[in-house]
Design a protein around this ligand. Sequence first.
Ligand code: GLN
Length: 388
Amino acid sequence: MQPLSRKSEHFTDSVIRRMTRISLQYNAINLAQGFPDFDPPKAMTDRLAEVSAEGPHQYPITMGAPNFRQALARKCGRFMGRTLNPETEMVVTIGSTEAMVDTIFALTNPGDKIAMFSPYFENYRAQAIFADCEPVFIPLVPPTFDFDPNVIEDAFKTGVKAILICNPSNPSGKVFTYDELKTIADLCIKYDVYAIMDEVYEHIVYEGHKHTYMNSLPGMWERTVSCSSLSKTYSVTGWRLGYAIAPQPIMDRIKQFHDFNAVGAPSPLMEAAIVGLDMPDSYYEEFGAHYAHMKKLFTDGLTSMGMEYTDPQGAYFVLANIGQYLKPGQSDVDFCVEMTQKVGVACVPGSSFFKENVNDIVRVHFAKKDETLYEALNRLSDIKKKMG
Ligand code: GLN
């Protein structure tokens, strides 16, 4: 038989999503794949019940139901501080994952380089390989996750097509400041590089930090694609409603890839989600306060058990140091499987996120009910004994 895809030999399955399957196998608390165990806003689930009776249940307009796109334009326009055209500047996708893939295909040709920071969300490397692009990694240096603009400039000098930035950042929790984004933006303009933004954590930003949309910086609207989703903001990761926002010349190309790749996002879920998009500012304030509460509860617990971890500025992950619990020669992947089984808490091995050789870090998320977090902390409290 003929050989199968060569590209597929350059990446595995997602370790994040593999850890969910392992967590289920051992009936563990899943602090690996980041998703909430609390309900979406009641207005959305009530509306979903109505929609189940009323429809729509058939194919949506390929680019997204018009009323959903209008609501999305209102919501995103309000936060981005610009009027968005729902017909020409947006497309609704199957989660932000599809938005990112369509965007990479729309912007690149085989052999192009895509710059991305390390640590990075593991989808990005695989997605670059789908499009026959070469990922070029720029270190975000722990513990502050600062970057050296000269390293970006050196990479851009070698002919980079796009830079992919997760802001707020998964897994580091970094929220890029305006000045940092301006530094990157100026380099994008100088070297004619596109910016692909993953902004799914845009509304999960902790005190003292502020989310800035790259496309709002001078000269950046023309060369930025903002990918995001409803998953995190409305606690509906299973609805798979994502989107991309870009100027029309880029959006026209993104739509071509979406059209043949996905046909459309789920029509009943778009209809039910409109009430979410139309929620007032108070929703986002309460949502942010809830995340600040979960972060405090969880990180206070980690502190009291003497765990070393990163304090996120945004998103809902901490990177915790597990060096003291590793057996000699044990990989972080094996450690995480063993920990899921013996401690009953699943997390993601740090090696999934770093270009650098890293083996003593795990990513843990805290988007969970208080009782789930207390139980996880309780299980973690004697990790040393259980893993011994
Ligand atoms: N963004 C979430 C995480 O990093 C979910 C990943 C996924 O499976 N889409 O865990």
